[in-house]
Design a protein around this ligand. Structure first.
Ligand code: NDP
Length: 474
């Protein structure tokens, strides 16, 4: 096998201040009660910065600023709003190297992914929705669709800037104003985005960023002057938010967890399928709501597929997220690492067979080696619960009907993958899968023009594409 020389991306392309305030009404301030929390680099446990924690009064100020800005922002012609969105998209492209390094430092994801996947998609979302801003009357929602008002947006830590783009771009294009709360462990790219908004001369109050923990999010979504709530995160918190919002008249979209089946039929090209399996579960350390975390393999190809998969996994490079050769970076937080460890231990205790390639994990930071479990049954917790880490549960099937039954045997319904040479089989199986997105002979492909969202406990509403506009229009 090859030995690679280290190829670290330069950290000096990003300047991280020692402390950050809240972004309210176009400027940064420290927050009313002066509370702060620290954000760390999960690969080293080094503190990156201190960040203000927004209390109720701060959230009130942010919502009030968004409300004031709504009048003028929503009254602008769509073509004028589009100009700001195009400007934001171009600034993101110009600053993409800086933002990619920042995202890898705060999140732990490999620079190869933040540089080649996250940042290009972030810019693409702003470009895409900029294009819609002056065509809303032709989007199929009536001749004069109206914005809802102030949108409260709460996002998770797995794709911090991309989730921000998924939420902010359609909201702004449709004439809404926003108050966004990033996750506690990854606040920095949202704060840099606030700076991008200033650079784009976006009117004050159109975008407000309140950093903090779960309480800040809970207060924001419950705020009486919010018209729309958009949340991505765990099913548990999603349920709590649904209860808070119910009966208030606020519009709600929830994008929650998943336990996607990646189904490999015996006629699939094995090497291509192996790449798709690896991408499906080890991309972003498996911190992906639509990760292909349940591999369903047709029994007759189980052994050759496992041999190839293990060979391929042995070539994955785990380590420094800023090294351009790294495939698998750091787990985002100590809490998430504990959860992955616990569920993996439960997998072994319940009788599944655990395997990881030999790999040297760094001494400091939060790390978990890519892992597969074979001999998994549908009753095992690792086949039912979202692990949200680089852990794959492998099950087998004999017939297409059995594959469909097993794939659908989950409380979730966000995504699925099918690997087969036969187009007719792909279409027939895809038709029966209860999943919002079904990939065929590929996995984890995203495009701003394509709607994304789930069934059942994976949430409701769609983000992306023309469908993504609907969630922000009356
Ligand atoms: P959460 O659902 O707790 O976090 C998502 C966002 O919601 C964060 O900004 C969080 O803030 C905020 N939040 C937390 N509690 C509340 C509340 N009561 N009201 C409003 N907002 C709130 O996910 P976790 O980070 O705790 O991850 C736990 C598990 O959830 C993971 O192991 C994974 O299985 C799943 N998950 C799924 C994601 C997905 O995309 N489907 C994304 C992230 C996690 P804060 O960060 O400060 O807690």
């Amino acid at each position: 096998m090859f030995e690679y020389a280290p190829a670290p991306e330069s950290r000096s392309v990003v300047e991280i201040a020692s402390s950050y305030g809240l972004f309210i009404d176009g400027s940064f301030d420290g927050g009313k009660d002066g509370d702060v929390f620290k954000t760390v680099n999960p690969a080293t446990e080094e503190v990156l910065a201190e960040v203000a924690s927004a209390g109720p009064e701060d959230v009130d100020r942010a919502v009030a600023a968004a409300r004031r800005a709504f009048g003028t922002w929503s009254a602008l012609p769509g073509a004028e709003r589009a100009k700001y969105l195009f400007r934001i998209a171009r600034i993101i492209q110009e600053r993409s190297r800086e933002l990619a390094v920042l995202e890898s430092l705060d999140n732990g994801k490999p620079i190869r992914e933040s540089r080649d996947v996250d940042l290009p998609l972030v810019a693409a979302h702003f470009f895409y929705y900029a294009g819609w801003a002056d065509k809303l009357g032709h989007a199929g929602f009536g001749p004069d669709p109206r914005p809802l008002g102030v949108a409260a947006q709460v996002i998770p830590w797995n794709f911090p800037l991309l989730m921000l783009a998924w939420k902010v771009a359609p909201a702004l294009a449709t004439g809404n104003t926003v108050v966004l709360k990033p996750a506690e462990t990854t606040p920095l790219s949202a704060l840099f985005f606030a700076d991008v908004c200033r650079q784009a001369e976006l009117p004050a109050g159109v975008v407000n960023i309140v950093t903090g923990a779960g309480d800040t999010g809970a207060y924001l979504v419950a705020h009486p002057d919010v018209d729309k709530v958009a949340f991505t995160g765990s099913t548990e918190v999603g349920r709590e938010i649904a209860r808070t919002v119910s009966g208030t008249g606020k519009r709600l979209t929830l994008e929650l967890g998943g336990k996607a089946a990646n189904i490999v039929f015996d006629d699939a090209p094995i090497d291509q399928a192996v790449e798709g399996i690896v991408n499906g579960i080890f991309f972003n350390q498996g911190h992906v709501c639509c990760a292909g975390s349940r591999l369903l393999v047709q029994e007759s190809v189980f052994e050759p597929l496992m041999d190839s998969l293990k060979r391929r996994m042995a070539t994955l490079r785990v380590g420094d997220p800023l090294d351009k050769n790294t495939d698998v970076g750091a787990i985002n937080s100590a809490a998430q690492l504990t959860r992955i460890r616990e569920l993996s231990e439960i997998g072994s205790a319940e009788g599944a067979e655990r395997w990881s390639p030999d790999c040297q994990l760094p001494d400091r930071g939060f790390w978990f080696a890519p892992t597969i479990f074979t001999g998994v049954t549908q009753a095992h917790r690792i086949a039912r619960e979202e692990i949200f880490g680089p852990v794959l549960s492998v099950l087998t099937f004999r017939t297409p009907d059995e594959a469909v039954a097993k794939a659908n045997n989950t409380p979730y319904g966000l995504s699925a993958g099918i690997w087969s040479e036969k187009g007719s089989r792909i279409l027939a199986v895809a038709d029966q899968l209860r999943a919002g997105v079904v990939w065929a002979n590929t996995f984890n492909k995203f495009d701003p023009a394509s709607p994304f969202g789930g069934y059942k406990e994976s949430g409701y509403g769609r983000e992306g594409g023309r469908h993504g506009l609907e969630a922000y229009l009356a």
